[in-house]
Write a protein that binds this ligand. Structure first.
Ligand code: KIV
Length: 273
C-alpha cells in the first residue's frame, strides 16, 4: 500500500489493539463537528477523539473542567455523522466518573447510547482501574490517559510535564500498567519524557498513544486546532503545525469585509437576474 492509500474497513478497538507489537502506528485526532470529522475520516485518521479539550478549543474556557456529559454527547453525535471508517472515542468529562464507579458506568453508557461513541477515554490510573474493569466487562472499550491529566490541573499546578522526578516516574508507570491490566485497549501518554514513554510502551499490553511523549509510542494523538494552526498564538513544543488555517481564515474574513465595504462583493456574476 502506498503512503497515501487508505484501507476502507471500519476500525474498531479490537482491530487497533491487534496492532500492538506489529510496528503499525495508530493515528488519533480530535474533532468536534461533522465537517472536520469527515475530513479526518477521509484522510485516513484511525481514531477520532471527541475530547474534553472542547472546553478550551471550542468553548473558549481556560481548562477542560466545565465540560459536561451533555456537551460530549452533543458533539460526539455530530461527529459520528461524519465518520465511516475511523474508530470513534469520546472523553468522560470531569466529575462524570470520579465520585463513583456507578456514575462512570452511567456516563459512559450515555456516550455510547446517545453519542454513538465506540469507546470512552478516562483520565487516571490505579484510581480508575476498577471502573475500567467494569466498563470492559459491560462491553465498553476503554482508553486510559496518564501523565499530564488536564482534569487534575488544580492538583498538578498547571499544564506541566509529568514523570521527571523519581516519584512521578513511578506513578505514571504504575498508572499506565494499572489501566492496561484492567483491560484498557489503549492508553494516552500526555507530556512525559520520551524515555518513560518508551519504557511504558515496551511494558504494557495496551497501545500507547502519545501527545508530548516522543516517538516511541504505538501511536500519536493531536488536538485538531493545534495541528491546523487555528489558534495562531498557541504553539507549545510538542505541536507540529501542518497548516495555518487560523491565519488563512482571518485573512479571508478581512478580505470579505473589505470587498463588501468597497462594493466589490457581490458582483453581477454573484447576483440573480
Ligand atoms: O481532550 C483531549 O483532546 C485529549 C487529548 C489531548 C488526548 O484528551
Amino acid at each position: 500500500m502506498s503512503a497515501t492509500a487508505k484501507p476502507s474497513a471500519k476500525l474498531t478497538a479490537a482491530t487497533l489493539r491487534a496492532r500492538k507489537g506489529t510496528g503499525e502506528r495508530t493515528v488519533f485526532l480530535t474533532a468536534y463537528d461533522v465537517v472536520f470529522a469527515r475530513l479526518a475520516d477521509e484522510a485516513g485518521i484511525d481514531a477520532v477523539l471527541v475530547g474534553d479539550s472542547m472546553g478550551m478549543v471550542v468553548q473558549g474556557e481556560r481548562s477542560t473542567l466545565g465540560v459536561t456529559v451533555d456537551d460530549v454527547v452533543y458533539h460526539c453525535r455530530i461527529v459520528s455523522r461524519g465518520i465511516a471508517r475511523a474508530h470513534l472515542v469520546a472523553d468522560l468529562p470531569f466529575m462524570s466518573y470520579q465520585a463513583s464507579v456507578e456514575d462512570g458506568m452511567r456516563a459512559a453508557g450515555r456516550l455510547i447510547k446517545e453519542g454513538a461513541a465506540e469507546a470512552v477515554k478516562l483520565e487516571g490510573g490505579e484510581d480508575v482501574a476498577e471502573l475500567t474493569r467494569r466498563l470492559v466487562r459491560a462491553g465498553i472499550p476503554v482508553v486510559g490517559h496518564v501523565g499530564l491529566t488536564p482534569q487534575s490541573i488544580h492538583q498538578i499546578g498547571g499544564f506541566k510535564v509529568q514523570g521527571r522526578t523519581d516519584a512521578q516516574r513511578a506513578k505514571v508507570l504504575a498508572d499506565a500498567r494499572a489501566v492496561s491490566e484492567a483491560g484498557a485497549y489503549a492508553v494516552v501518554l500526555e507530556a512525559i519524557p520520551h524515555a518513560l514513554a518508551a519504557e511504558i510502551t515496551a511494558s504494557v499490553a495496551a497501545l500507547t498513544i502519545g501527545i508530548g511523549a516522543g516517538a516511541d509510542c504505538d501511536g500519536q494523538v493531536m488536538v485538531m486546532h493545534d495541528l491546523l494552526g487555528l489558534q495562531p498564538s498557541w504553539k507549545p513544543r510538542f505541536v507540529r503545525r501542518y497548516a495555518e488555517l487560523g491565519q488563512a481564515a482571518g485573512d479571508a474574513f478581512a478580505a470579505y469585509a473589505a470587498d463588501v465595504r468597497a462594493g466589490r462583493f457581490p458582483s453581477r456574476e454573484e447576483t440573480y437576474e
